[in-house]
Structures are given as structure tokens and as C-alpha cells.
Design a protein around this ligand. Structure first.
Ligand code: AMP
Ligand code: ZN
Length: 466
């Protein structure tokens, strides 16, 4: 299996520290709001990589953190007039609602930064003791000059970084490239006791510390969105390797950004979608399909058209499954017939082809094409003459290849149109029975999903709200 490693900038053969096991750390969300579809891309991609590693027989220990203390958390908590702790509790709950909705497999552990304050403090003490960090009036900074490998992940030397990066000028730092590993308390901020006075951890240190405590000093995979390469992951490497003297992560995997209609998604541009917005109107498998239909290292340009085309692709795949079910129910032959064994070999060939694509740096786009080729072959070759046994093999194979992608796992066909028609039918019935409350409720439910009803003399019509 080959994996593209950001650190070496090439595809490398994937070899784990312990045979058959993967220790994987993914940078998770800052829990100050609902997560958006950009975050969702990153989460879906790494969920798929994890699922595929499991598909290939690895046991994966998957850690994804919650950043529950930082400037954004503090600001938002102040705005909502609640504590930072309550804000974290609230949005972690909301995170699980959406993550479960997207069929993200639960992580082995989802640690919160604030649960690791003691460990973070001793990490920082270790850095100071080794001469990699220094204290100034209650703040502690990491001295980037002392870490000779600084810049190796983003492929820049310190001089380039200094020239190119927007770095906050801070008189207290010995060098502008130094970064805070511990921050002294400011008025009104939550803080913990430390050898440097009351304060809180810097952002980068939490991931170095939790990865070390939960997975070990060296891990197999460290992952996140491409915006994290610099400075977040660069700084994590510096801290971790300075402390342990060992290589921190063997493979660095980064997911490219999701943009909207070729623009950066942002609240001010009014092109900002939460996962919740999308899941109200589309099946989660449609969103997963869309996210995985391109390669994870290529930028993805999100649009409504892409969503609708993902929905119709999924519908084609489910149609094939439904046809097979229909053939199965009507087949007159139970056991394999002569010649069918050979066809099963042909089907197995698609599994191999799928793995060949996915083994090549998790090429989900090509993996999906293999599933379409498989479905086409099945549609042509499995007919009313086929045995139940063969039909079952075919159905199982389609679902098996969908599993690592988190698609094709629904019992029933994913068909939004049918669902809407059924609800409209139910509303008509309610109106006939003069149950106005139920009729209105259905109309409002549909409206919440972006479906507008029009009562015309020819009957009810519906359209999507724009
Ligand atoms: P945050 O809550 O901003 O720390 O982000 C959580 C994860 O989502 C990180 O791994 C980010 O790199 C990733 N992320 C944020 N925005 C996007 C985007 N537009 N496209 C892809 N990934 C993103
Ligand atoms: Zn991180």
C-alpha cells in the first residue's frame, strides 16, 4: 500500500510500527460552533482512510481531539454568557449529532485539551529543562532556532518562513518565529495553576501532548486539513521531537480544502454551510459520495449541482441493488448453476481492482469508478436466469466495496424524490380528513428541508428553495 507523505513529498510504501496495527491521530474541531462542510470533508476523508485500513485488516487506534480552550472558545463563551466549559460541552454534543449523522465511525478516543492540563504542564517543563523553551512573565515560548528540523514539514527554512508568514510581533519573544506553548492568564480568561503562574496551554502543544500520552512517542499517521501544515503541524513536530528525540509521526497526511463556487467558504461571503444544513436536505451517503468523488489531495469545489449529481449517482447504485433484490425474490434457482462460478471469479476481480486503486494513496475517485464498472457488469450479466446464490454474492460485493467509503450501507434505496412525494401524499390525506394541524406540520417539515409546496388547480407541485 502506498501513502503520500507530506513530510517527504512523495508516495511511500506504508509500513506500520507494529505489524497489523495503526496508531492514527487526526486534529479535530474547535468546539465553539456547529461544524461546516469544509471540516466535514476532512473528517470524512480520514474516516474513510481509517475504514479502508480496517478493510485491509489493520487494527486502527484512532484519536481525534476536541480543542476546547483557545481564543475562539473564550470569545464565543463570553458572547453567549456561558463558561468555556459549558460551551465545550454543548458543541461536543452537537458534534456527535452531526458526526453520527455523517456515519463517521466513533474515534477510539476523543480527548479534550482541558483534560490534559497536567500532562501539558509536564511536557512544557520537559521542553524548558532541555533548553527548547523559555519563560517570560508567565508565558512560555518554544525556541524554534534550537530545533534544527524546524520547517521540514512545510519544506521551508526559517528565513523563508520568517519572510513569508504573518507573525504577530511580540516584544517578549526572543525570536519572531517562536511560538507560545503556555499563555499567561489575561483578565476574565479561564486558567490553571502552573509553575509559571495561572495560565492556559497554547494550541499546538495539546496535540503533541495528547498524541504522546494516548498513542506513544512515535505514531504511524498524523493527519489534518492542509491549512494545518504550517504552523500547527510544523510546531507539533518541533515540540514532540525536541522532547523525545524521536521521530514524531511516520506519515503526515493532509486533506486539501473545500471551496464553494471557487471561493473560500466564509460567513461574511454568505456561502457558509453547516453539515446540519446539508443533512436536512440530503442523505448522508450523498454528501460522503460527493466528498470522496475527487482525490483527497485535490481541492474540491462544492456546489448544489455537485450535490444533485452525487444524489443521482447514488440513486443509480441503489437502483442496481434494488434490481438485484427483485431478481433474488423472483429467482427459481437456489444453488449456483454451471458457469456461475466463473462469473464469481470475474466479480472477485473487481474487488482486487478496487483495492489496487485504494492502495494507491486512497484513490477514492478511482475506487468509485470501479464500483460503477462492477454495477454495469452486473446489470448486464445477472438476469432472471441467475441463481439466488449468485445474486447474493453480487449484492454483498457491492455493499462490501461501499463500506470503506461509508456508502451503500442503507437498507432501502436513497431516494429523496420518493420521500417527498410520500410526504405530500400524506399531507393530502390529512387535508381530506380535515386534520389541518398534521397537514401544516408536514408542510413546515418540508419547508425546513428547503422544499416549497404550491397548491395548484392541477394538484400539489413542489420545488427546491434556492
Ligand atoms: P477547525 O475546527 O477549524 O480547527 O478545523 C477542524 C479540521 O477541519 C481541521 O483539520 C481543518 O484543517 C479542517 N478544515 C477546516 N476548514 C476546512 C475546509 N474548508 N476544507 C477542508 N478542511 C477544512
Ligand atoms: Zn492538532
Amino acid at each position: 500500500m502506498k501513502v503520500f507523505n507530506t513530510l517527504t513529498r512523495r508516495k511511500e510504501e506504508f509500513k506500520t510500527l507494529v505489524p497489523g496495527e495503526v496508531k492514527m491521530y487526526v486534529c479535530g474541531p474547535t468546539v465553539y460552533d456547529l461544524f461546516h462542510i469544509g471540516n466535514a470533508r476532512t473528517f470524512i476523508v480520514f474516516d474513510t482512510i481509517r475504514r479502508y485500513l480496517e478493510f485491509r485488516g489493520y487494527k486502527v487506534k484512532f484519536v481525534q481531539n476536541f480543542t476546547d480552550i483557545d481564543d475562539k472558545m473564550i470569545k464565543r463563551a463570553n458572547n453567549e454568557a456561558i463558561t468555556v466549559k459549558d460551551l465545550g460541552d454543548k458543541y461536543i454534543k452537537e458534534y456527535y449529532k452531526d458526526a453520527d449523522g455523517l456515519r463517521l465511525k466513533r474515534a477510539t478516543i476523543n480527548p479534550r485539551a482541558t483534560e490534559f492540563i497536567k500532562e501539558i504542564i509536564s511536557f512544557v517543563e520537559g521542553l524548558i529543562a532541555r533548553g527548547y523553551a523559555y519563560e517570560v512573565n508567565g508565558d512560555v515560548y518554544f525556541s524554534t532556532k534550537h530545533f534544527s528540523g524546524y520547517g521540514k514539514l512545510s519544506g521551508q527554512n526559517i528565513e523563508d518562513l520568517q519572510a513569508g508568514a504573518r507573525i504577530d510581533i511580540d516584544e517578549r519573544k526572543k525570536d519572531p518565529m517562536d511560538f507560545a506553548v503556555w499563555k499567561a492568564q489575561k483578565p476574565g480568561e479561564p486558567a490553571w495553576e502552573s509553575p509559571w503562574g495561572m495560565g492556559r496551554p497554547g494550541w499546538h502543544i495539546e496535540c503533541s501532548c495528547m498524541a504522546k500520552n494516548l498513542l506513544g512517542e512515535t505514531i504511524d499517521i498524523h493527519a489534518g486539513g492542509s491549512d494545518l501544515i504550517f504552523p500547527h503541524h510544523e510546531n507539533e513536530i518541533a515540540q514532540s521531537e525536541a522532547l523525545t528525540g524521536k521521530s514524531f509521526a511516520n506519515y503526515w497526511i493532509h486533506c486539501a480544502f473545500l471551496n464553494i463556487n471557487n471561493q473560500k467558504m466564509s460567513k461574511s461571503l454568505n456561502n457558509f454551510f453547516t453539515v446540519r444544513d446539508i443533512l436536512e436536505k440530503y442523505n448522508p451517503e450523498v454528501l460522503r459520495f460527493l466528498m470522496l468523488s475527487g482525490h483527497y489531495r485535490t481541492q474540491l469545489n462544492f456546489s448544489n449541482e455537485l450535490l444533485d449529481s452525487a444524489a443521482s449517482s447514488m440513486e443509480r447504485l441503489y437502483n442496481a441493488l434494488n434490481n438485484l433484490q427483485h431478481l433474488y425474490d423472483n429467482s427459481l434457482f437456489t444453488a449456483l448453476k454451471s458457469g456461475e462460478e466463473a462469473y464469481i471469479k470475474t466479480l472477485d476481480g473487481y474487488r482486487n481492482k478496487f483495492m489496487e486503486k485504494m492502495d494507491d494513496d486512497f484513490n477514492t475517485a478511482d475506487g468509485i469508478s470501479v464500483i460503477f464498472d462492477l454495477v454495469k457488469d452486473i446489470n448486464t450479466n445477472i438476469t432472471v436466469e441467475a441463481s439466488k446464490e449468485l445474486i447474493e454474492v453480487a449484492m454483498k460485493l457491492i455493499r462490501e466495496l461501499g463500506e470503506p467509503l461509508g456508502i451503500l450501507q442503507e437498507d432501502k434505496k436513497v431516494n429523496l424524490e420518493e420521500e417527498i412525494e410520500a410526504l405530500i401524499e400524506k399531507r393530502q390525506q390529512a387535508r381530506k380528513e380535515r386534520n389541518w394541524a398534521l397537514a401544516d406540520e408536514i408542510r413546515d417539515d418540508l419547508k425546513a428541508r428547503g422544499i416549497i409546496l404550491e397548491d395548484t388547480p392541477q394538484g400539489v407541485r413542489w420545488k427546491r428553495e434556492n
